[in-house]
Design a protein around this ligand. Structure first.
Ligand SMILES: *[C@@H]1O[C@H](CO)[C@@H](O)[C@H](O)[C@H]1NC(C)=O
Length: 202
């Protein structure tokens, strides 16, 4: 593919605005939490004073509906991630934003919160898969495969970007992780977790 020279310069320069931003990570963290809630809220809970909790609809759990809900929640998450990765690269508007002092403690905490939310969501899916044993044709597996490719593969979007690379680039620009390869290492752990989950199907 032909790339105008200006793009090549931008790509190799520190001025490039990472496409995935700290805001993206923040948004994805709350979205991931919402997606987790979506699959863990199994019916309304009524609490009457002095009585044990009563779950509406308990005792008639429907594996198919749970499967649909997980598929849907994963699709919502993947769609957002896909949109972020599909967004064409735009030249930086001003360099002011990139020279802004970065609160490293906050950046690192937010990164860990994002990973934590992701692991929790995946864990909820894992527990349900252990219980219901959906097979390789499951929509859940399809969406997990999509999530895996968005994280790890460049070919899952038209801009040739993997989410891991985007995060590495963005966090490198903050300087908050020094020379450690923590972001790569932890991100790869997430992908390994997704791979292990995919292996549970079929
Ligand atoms: C599936 O999602 C719907 C809509 O959010 C919800 O009302 C329903 O309780 C969920 N079903 C299960 C089994 O979690």
């Amino acid at each position: 593919m032909y790339l105008p020279k200006i793009f090549l310069l931008l790509l190799s320069s520190h001025l490039v605005l990472a496409l995935v931003t700290l805001d993206t990570i923040r948004d994805l963290t709350s979205l991931t939490d919402e997606c987790r809630d979506r699959i863990t809220d199994e019916g309304d809970v009524i609490q009457l004073p002095g009585t044990p909790q009563v779950h509406l609809g308990s005792g008639q759990e429907d594996g198919g509906e749970i499967e649909d809900n997980i598929t849907y929640a994963l699709r919502i998450l993947c769609s957002e991630l896909f949109i972020a990765l599909e967004t064409p690269l735009s030249p930086p508007i001003s360099s002011a934003s990139s020279s802004q002092a970065v609160e490293c403690q906050m950046v690192i905490e937010e990164y860990h919160a994002f990973l934590g939310a992701t692991v929790q969501f995946l864990h909820e899916i894992q527990e349900r898969q252990m219980k219901w044993r959906w097979d390789a044709q499951s929509g859940v597996r399809d969406e997990l495969s999509w999530l895996q490719s968005l994280w790890a593969s460049r070919s899952s979007n038209t801009q040739d970007r993997s989410f891991i690379e985007q995060q590495m680039k963005m966090y490198a620009e903050t300087g908050c992780f020094g020379t450690s390869n923590e972001v790569l290492r932890r991100d790869v752990e997430i992908v390994e977790y997704i791979n292990d989950l995919i292996d549970l199907f079929g």
